[in-house]
Design a protein around this ligand. Structure first.
Ligand SMILES: [Zn+2]
Length: 233
């Protein structure tokens, strides 16, 4: 389906995979930073923190991919079943389907005569496409792509998890938990602002919202970790 006549950019068109990627990266930052903070609070050294970070990255990325694949694939199955059923109806009851399409256009505000004419012309052009779009609400741009969705959420989670990993790698041992915390807060506020930018909403509000939730997660995780001292002196 060509949208070349559509010159002005719309927010809804870029909120698809970009929004999913930013959310995946937020997940990666929050969950892996919290994991590392919890381990650090229990007294784990940098080497152990690095292992925890890597394990968190791998488990998080694979579970994001699996969850996203299953969710998008089932959406796709529903779309397929709907289209198959619609194609069957079009074959068996073309007149009823034409009436149905006409009624849809009347409800959208066309006069009965014009609605009928539009329905006839669109049916001649591509009846299934017209019913998919105007009756079911499936357009090619929203058609689900499960593999792409799975890979992009795994990748974006991993990129998010790289923030605490790099912080551990380049921090001196005694400062590691503080630097991981600071890197976590800065990266979350940047990602929050970025997701607001893509959604076309207030940068500050989006940034603050995700950062506050991230800090809560890290604080909770640190508190739990502090209950388990792995190096009692
Ligand atoms: Zn129909």
């Amino acid at each position: 389906m060509s949208h070349s006549h559509h010159a002005e950019p719309h927010f809804i068109q870029r909120t698809g995979w970009l929004r999913a990627s930013v959310l995946g990266a937020n997940d990666g930052i929050i969950s892996v930073t919290s994991l590392v903070m919890g381990m650090a609070a229990s007294g784990a050294n940098s080497h152990t923190l690095m292992i925890a970070c890597l394990a968190g990255l791998i488990s998080g990325a694979t579970s994001m991919a699996a969850g996203e694949y299953v969710s998008v694939q089932s959406q796709k199955d529903i779309e397929h079943a709907d289209l198959k059923f619609e194609a069957k109806l079009l074959e068996q009851h073309p007149h009823l389907e034409l009436e149905e399409l006409t009624t849809i256009y009347i409800h959208r505000g066309l006069t009965p005569e014009l609605a009928k004419e539009v329905a006839i012309q669109l049916t001649e052009k591509n009846a299934l496409e017209a019913h998919a779009r105007d009756e079911i609400g499936i357009i090619e741009q929203t058609a689900a792509r499960p593999i792409q969705a799975a890979l992009s959420s795994a990748l974006s989670f991993s990129l998010g998890a790289l923030c605490p990993m790099l912080a551990i790698l380049f921090s001196p041992e005694q400062l590691v938990s503080k630097i991981v915390l600071i890197v976590g807060i800065i990266s979350l506020s940047l990602m929050g602002a970025l997701s607001s930018y893509f959604a076309g909403t207030s940068l500050w509000k989006g940034s603050l919202r995700i950062t506050v939730w991230g800090i809560l997660a890290m604080a909770f995780s640190s508190w739990i970790g502090s209950l388990f001292d792995v190096n009692p002196m």
